[in-house]
Design a protein around this ligand. Structure first.
Ligand code: ATP
Ligand code: MG
Length: 772
């Protein structure tokens, strides 16, 4: 069958429109990712060289799956040559080639979030700042936001006041930390995650010949999940696409869920300004979910004011009604979900991997895991502590990184005395001070400046031995293949021996983890990837983007396991049966979002994403009490439950108070029952029959909460004084600069740049903006 026949007319039109800018905006499950996949297949089929195609995906796993699909469609092995991956991994690869232009070694290290935090912690300490005022997480997110908005330390200083770092906040030193942090990264030959995009922008801005080279190389650009790109990513795409303008972006404004990290939905709205003759495609048919799920999701997202109106419909069956389960506690909630999966799986011969459990925060996985373990249901957690974040793995990787790039400060600090070799804290402090005095890296101090260091001769010898060892590894880097090198380092540093000697259960696990890493490297060594032209890859090749690997990127789709992940991580995925757990006020929507309409809308979009992951059946659960931050809290059901059109859900019976019931409520009613069967504890409503009056919009058991939190409208009067260029203060985001005001009274909208959160669009009559 012709592959174009596997598309509906709207999808097909988007696939066949190969030249010129185009945008596909469509609701969840309507085939946006499918359009990108088939579009690439179509390009290659038309004779476009896969090396000339750049496709940016949300995860590397998504890229892998897309390549597999393309191979199936067009046959052969051409698909492997497409440049496809996340922004970070693709541009890390390009930066390796171009690093020297930016005065970086091509083996530069990539600092993951934990490395960045560790560096920031040292800097705050060295600068003798109050670490309560300059909390590492806060400083990190400030700097990250600045980088994602391409604000250099210099620009940051010039705008220090609007950045909110004034005397009033007491945090005037962020910019100094930012300067020092960047300097230290540079001296370490390291980039953090945000630098991968920032430095790419610098590269494309300052080296026109490089820009030109990649503009010619990437004749066709495609971006999935465009709604979640930030400014830095937007600009890279814009620059690369400028020559050929063969750019196709797909996205759904209703699924923009990374605003808190600087993603900017404006990028969708700006597309028509950047490419006035672009072609817009809308897809309306959902192929993923049942009618019930599609209609329920539509009813929820309809509550958002800021959105591009879309139609989404489906030809699929009506399907099961959405169930709501109430439990007494988070542990009971876990038991309910586990038992429910157990019965459903057994009664209906389903596989474990048909089920996914989605939650708002990682910490909610604990109760779920315990319950699943109890009844032996295999599961897999995506996110949480990744394999690559385990101490023993980071230790060994630090040796590898140091071998490739001895200037890497964080790696050096990690292993200079591990396994213990008598190089103490005081010595390390002396080395750090000497490095600061000489404007050099720690490595330069111990390798060239040992004589000037005020330490005894025994310590000097130990440092010299360490340097000799790392150098000897470096000397073999190009002659040994990745696995031989990796194994040699693991053995000769004593790390393997140290872990082997530890016979505690934890020690055994750590040893096994190291074995697993080595196995992974062996597999990589023998993978025969095309970029290595038949030669065995080196350890440096393995290191290229190991810092960017996440659990989601591991390739074990063959495992039959229930998936557990945050809703954020579930973007773009689909599962037959989905449980959305922790449907409680202050958890989902999160407490922090309750006082701001745009943040509440982001939470609602998150709920929309969660609902639309399910193909057949969705179950919502909430608990009446939950341990959070070590204390037991009473919780109320989420307002989002009431926001679903009641004809699509069935909720538990009303109870006077949760504690007046006799027994076994909550998780237990379903125990041992076929999940689709008994509904004794539900009030079933007639499916698809609209209530005669609009009255019962709230399931009777649910306490009514106001739809929108109380928001002061006092600012409507201040709107007159708020114009482009003026500085304002927002109750939550702090100081900001108004970039633009549009619309007519009383609906004026202001675009404001807040250093704390990035660019925001606010309706003046609701936003608490005070001019300064
Ligand atoms: P999301 O917004 O969640 O990322 P999406 O718009 O990218 O969703 P896809 O994941 O591409 O949607 O498609 C959803 C499901 O529908 C997939 O299983 C896909 O294979 C299927 N699908 C899409 N279009 C068609 C079609 N024309 N015929 C059959 N199946 C289709
Ligand atoms: Mg998709």
């Amino acid at each position: 069958m012709d592959y174009l026949d596997q598309l509906n007319p709207a999808q097909r039109a988007a696939v066949e429109h190969t030249e010129g800018p185009c945008m596909v905006i469509a609701g969840a499950g309507s085939g946006k990712t499918r359009v990108l996949t088939y579009r690439i297949a179509h390009l290659i089929n038309k004779g476009v060289d896969p090396f000339n195609i750049l496709s940016l995906t949300f995860t590397n796993k998504a890229a892998r799956e897309m390549k597999e699909r393309i191979s199936k469609v067009i046959g052969g092995t051409e698909a492997r040559n497409i440049w496809m991956g996340t922004f970070h991994s693709i541009f890390a690869r390009i930066l390796r080639v171009e690093a020297e232009k930016l005065n970086y070694p091509s083996n530069f290290s990539i600092y993951d979030s934990a490395d960045s935090k560790s560096l920031l912690k040292s800097i705050v300490k060295e600068m003798a700042l109050d670490d309560k005022l300059y909390k590492v997480g806060f400083v990190q997110s400030r700097i990250s936001k600045a980088k994602n908005n391409l604000i250099s330390p210099k620009a940051y200083r010039e705008n220090a006041e609007i950045m909110g770092d004034d005397e009033m906040s007491g945090r005037t030193k962020i910019v100094e930390i930012y300067y020092e942090y960047n300097l230290r990264l540079f001296k370490s030959g390291a980039m953090d995650f945000d630098d991968l995009l920032y430095k790419t922008n610098v590269l494309l801005r300052d080296f026109p010949e490089v820009l030109h080279k990649y503009q010619h190389k990437f004749k066709y650009l495609l971006v999935d999940e465009y709604q979640d790109t930030n400014f830095s990513q937007y600009l890279i795409v814009k620059k690369l696409a400028a020559l050929n303008e063969n750019l196709c972006v797909v996205g759904d404004d209703a699924q923009s869920i990374y605003g808190f990290r600087g993603a900017n939905i404006q990028n969708i709205l700006n597309f028509k300004n950047d490419y006035p003759d672009y072609k817009l495609f809308k897809l309306e048919q959902n192929y993923r979910s049942t009618k019930t799920i599609v209609a329920a999701a539509n009813s929820v997202i309809g509550k958002n004011r800021d959105q591009i109106k879309k139609k989404v419909w489906t030809d699929n069956v009506d399907g099961d009604i959405i169930r709501v389960s109430r439990s007494l506690s988070d542990n009971e909630e876990g038991l309910f979900v586990a038992n429910d999966i157990f019965t459903d799986r057994n009664n209906n011969q389903l596989s474990n991997k048909s089920f996914a459990i989605l939650y708002r925060t990682n910490s909610q996985s604990r109760a779920m895991e315990e319950a699943l373990r109890k009844i032996n249901i295999p599961y897999r957690i995506y996110g949480g502590q990744s394999f690559y974040q385990r101490k023993e793995i980071k230790d060994l990787l630090a040796y590898y990184r140091l071998t490739a790039n001895p200037k890497d400060e964080e790696s050096l600090k990690r292993v200079i005395n591990y396994p213990a070799r008598g190089i103490g804290k005081t010595t390390l402090e002396k080395i750090t001070i000497a490095a600061a005095e000489n404007q050099s890296s720690l490595w330069e101090v111990i390798s060239y400046g040992l004589n000037t260091l005020q330490v005894n001769s025994g310590t000097k010898q130990k440092l010299a031995d360490f340097v000799t060892m790392i150098r000897s590894f470096g000397a073999q880097l190009q002659s040994l293949d990745a696995f031989s090198m990796a194994e040699h380092i693991a053995k000769s540093t004593g790390l393997l021996r140290e872990l082997y000697a530890d016979k505690t259960p934890e020690g055994l696990t750590r040893f096994e983890n190291i074995q697993e890493l080595l196995n992974g490297i062996k597999e990589f060594s023998e993978s025969n990837l095309p970029e290595f032209n038949g030669e065995k890859p080196h350890l440096t090749d393995f290191l290229v983007d190991v810092a960017l690997l996440t659990d989601a990127d591991q390739n074990d789709d063959d495992d039959d396991k229930v998936s557990l992940m945050t809703i954020h991580a579930s973007k773009g995925l689909e599962f037959p049966h989905v449980y959305i757990v922790g449907m409680e006020e202050n958890l989902f929507p999160s407490q922090l979002s309750l006082s701001d309409r745009s943040e509440l809308e982001e939470e609602r979009r998150l709920f929309y994403v969660a609902l639309t992951r399910a193909e057949k059946k969705t179950t919502l659960t909430y608990a009446l009490s939950r341990y959070r931050y070590g204390t037991l809290n009473h919780s109320e059901p989420s307002r989002f439950i009431e926001e679903i059109d009641p004809q699509f859900i069935e909720a538990p019976e009303k109870l006077e108070t949760p504690f007046e019931r006799d027994s076994g409520f909550g998780a237990t009613p379903w125990k041992g029952m076929g999940s689709s069967g008994d509904s004794r504890n539900f009030q079933r409503k007639e499916k698809y029959e609209r209530p005669a009056s609009p009255a019962p919009t709230v399931p009777p058991n649910l306490k009514r909460v106001s739809q929108v939190p109380n928001i002061s409208t006092a600012n409507a009067t201040a709107a007159g004084t708020i114009v482009a260029g003026s500085q304002v203060v927002h109750a939550k985001f702090g100081k900001g600069k108004v970039l633009n005001v549009e619309g007519e009274s009383p609906n004026e909208k202001a675009t404001v740049f807040f250093p704390s959160v990035g660019q925001k669009q606010l309706l003046l009559k609701f936003a608490k903006l005070t001019p300064v």
